[in-house]
Design a protein around this ligand. Structure first.
Ligand SMILES: Cc1cc2nc3c(=O)[nH]c(=O)nc-3n(C[C@H](O)[C@H](O)[C@H](O)COP(=O)(O)O)c2cc1C
Length: 405
């Protein structure tokens, strides 16, 4: 691996370590995104090989992809049978072919089994035994062409995974680099939660004082989003119930809520209509709400006394609705000793019948990218050292998978 590529390899995560990805680039203007895309895949640990159609080479120079990947770029199929080297039937073949940004032309050729460019030849060679993902990008009238549409449907039926484009400024723009990386990780990840249904909550609730003012807290939603995304990578069917000010997420099924009441309603709706295996309540829900909510903006320039009443304890509803669900609660305390933190977590285990409580300190956790947590069970506990919230999520799921066998 070239030195400058080594410097960025697996710096964001190790999710794609050991994975060889062929980035097959057709001639869409969005090919200009491929340098960034390749580098992001490498930052998550992948080894990337670029293949370019003749049209793609008129949009970006192969040198750019050589630089981005640190590997030779396939610009034509020669006597070295590059397509067989990359994706033929042998133990060194790539793990995934990602066609991005896919033109109408390349999509339709693939659907007809035509291979007359380096991109289409690689796809045809890979078709039978290697996952193929396609991220389209084209003008909207091309995307709406009935035959292009039919070809996309045909490929979906044959197991090709499409990463849907964004519709902006009348154009069908290729999905964002972040979304493509998310979907690639999801495709290649080990699936030790498949068949499990998981509910995760995330973010800070808002309790209104009047129509424009509310009580909230510093939670960003990052921890819950990391937990939900990790579960989705591992093959679980996930629902993420998240508050509207939280960080964004690519989890497929999301419900957005604002207040404690809405959060409770969404959880009750889910738990009374479907059987869940695991519930993880990461959201920082308000413990108090104003007794009275003014329906007009309260005038300024006066002293105001607010009377706050306790909100319903959402976590206690979970086992009432599904007694055999595996329940993980979060407990945040502020500037407390380890003993006190564990004691508070155990209280939640008693009251809510949680199976596990993840205890953490507000001064470390809130709004931050990292966290130091304790995994607290009824009669044991374990401290996870300070690490990124993504790593905390991985450790939590590893422990749950172990416990549930
Ligand atoms: C600057 C430029 C931008 C283009 N952008 C797109 C595009 O986004 N989507 C598309 O389907 N075709 C686009 N085309 C047209 C394709 O390059 C053309 O259909 C070509 O035959 C595709 O060949 P390929 O699929 O083998 O790369 C573009 C062409 C040029 C010159």
């Amino acid at each position: 691996m070239l030195h400058h590529v080594k410097l960025i390899h697996a710096t964001k995560s190790r999710k794609l370590v050991g994975k060889k990805i062929v980035l097959a680039i057709p001639g869409s203007i969005a090919a200009v995104e491929c340098v960034k895309l390749a580098r992001e895949l490498i930052r998550h640990g992948a080894e990337v090989y670029a293949v370019m159609s003749e049209s793609a080479q008129k949009i970006i120079h192969p040198y750019a992809m050589e630089f981005a990947t640190g590997n030779p770029v396939v610009t034509e199929i020669t006597g070295f049978v590059e397509h067989v080297e990359l994706v033929g039937e042998h133990e060194n073949k790539a793990d995934l072919v990602l066609v991005c940004p896919a033109t109408a032309n390349t999509i339709s050729k693939i659907a007809c089994g035509i291979d007359d460019t380096p991109v289409t030849t690689v796809v045809t060679t890979a078709f039978a035994h290697t996952p193929i993902m396609i991220a389209p990008a084209m003008h909207s009238t091309m995307y709406e062409h009935p035959i292009v549409k039919e070809n996309i449907e045909k490929l979906k039926k044959l197991g090709v995974e499409f990463i849907d484009p964004r519709f902006e400024e009348g154009k069908v723009k290729v999905a964002s680099v972040e979304e493509i990386v998310y979907r690639v990780i999801k495709n290649l990840h080990k699936k030790d939660l498949s068949g499990k249904r998981v509910l995760v909550t995330a973010g800070a609730t808002k309790e209104y004082i009047d129509p424009i003012r509310f009580i909230t807290n510093k939670s960003s939603g990052r921890m819950g989003v990391a937990i939900a995304e990790e579960a989705e990578f591992r093959g679980a069917e996930v629902i993420l119930i998240k508050t509207n000010g939280s960080v964004s997420s690519f989890v497929e099924k999301q419900v957005e809520v604002e207040t404690v009441e809405e959060m409770l309603e969404a959880i009750e709706g889910e738990l009374s209509s479907k059987k869940y295996d695991i519930v993880i309540l990461t959201a920082a829900v308000s413990d108090f709400t104003p007794r009275e909510k003014a329906n007009k903006k309260i005038k300024s320039g006066q002293t105001l006394t607010l009377e706050l009443v306790p909100t319903p304890k959402i976590i206690r509803r979970v086992k009432e609705l599904q007694s055999d669900v595996f329940l993980v609660g979060f407990k945040a305390e502020y500037e407390v000793s380890e003993e006190e933190l564990i004691e508070q977590a155990r209280k939640q285990i008693e009251k809510a019948k949680s199976d596990v409580v993840i205890a953490n300190r507000g001064e470390v956790a809130f709004g931050s990218e990292v966290n130091e947590v304790y995994w607290v069970a009824r009669d044991s506990y374990e401290k996870f050292p300070l690490m990124s919230k993504r790593e905390v999520a991985e450790k939590i799921w590893d422990k749950i998978v172990d416990m549930l066998g």
